[in-house]
Ligand binder design. Sequence first.
Ligand code: NAP
Length: 309
Amino acid sequence: MGQSHIYDMIVIGGGPGGYTAALYAARAGLDVLVLEKLSAGGQMALTGEIDNYPGYENGIDGFTLGERMQRQAERFGARTEYAQVERADLVSSPKVLETSEGPYYGKTVVLATGAGHRELGVENEEALTGRGVAYCAACDGMRYKGRTVVVVGGGNSAVADALALSRIARKVILVHRRDTLRASKVYHEPLRKAGNIAFCWNKTVTELLHEQTVTGVRLKDVNTGEETVVACDGVFISVGRKPATELVQGQLELDRSGYIAADETTRTSLPGVYAVGDVRTKLVRQVVTAVADGAAAVHMAEEYLAGGV
Ligand code: NAP
């Protein structure tokens, strides 16, 4: 298909929200293209075991689920181009997406760009990334086989990372700035059972100790100010997510936390532009809520294409 072709819908990002939008759009007879920079699944593809996506009673790994979602959408005619979107003009008609593979044009755009990791903001963090500092247990965990690692954070990601690492590393030390986890209760029992996970409550990481690679962390007690040093070979930082909104800065309304302002209709501040999954304002960021967004976006886009809003 020539690149001057105008698609009914272009989806940016091939995670669960993006491919569900593509599936619904293709089934509704819309001419839909997914632009994905790497491979299907988004952040979900980095998740080893997904046990809370209905229909998979024995769980499924995120990479496989992502591939299945892609194939399902493509069965109905959705197309995928592997391209990095570098600039987006969401105001013009049609909307223009400048990519590493040239421009693409769409009457509507679904933003499914997700969220990436948030940095801790401690000195030398960037310089030590790949030299003891890591953000993804699924990607980098094996490097720490039989060693000692610190995981920083108290949410679902930190706890899932700690559990995954406990099966690889000799010892896992979870450092959290409160005395209780934010993570769902479902994780508490497996954490207790793991046997090689220790907890440092009410502590923040103030310094990454290192030679060529990380050798430990300096911790500060948030109540007493007391400092301690914990020796480790790696630090997995899991302190939340940062929405991928670089493409839309200055064009779309964002909320106070930097997510694209959109309610469950997924409509953004620009007509014909929808935000689905982790990149939009929402209460619960899960695969099931991302896929729900994909369906809602197509419903709204069909109305828009038919002359409504
Ligand atoms: P999150 O839920 O926002 O948790 C971030 C954690 O990092 C919090 O415990 C927070 O502490 C801590 N934190 C933030 N900034 C910090 C700093 N500067 N220093 C130390 N600690 C800091 O983020 P997430 O765990 O990445 O999860 C993101 C979303 O994905 C959530 O909606 C989550 O439910 C979802 N998710 C779900 C699953 C699952 O269901 N299995 C798995 C992964 C992710 P406070 O508690 O003090 O704020």
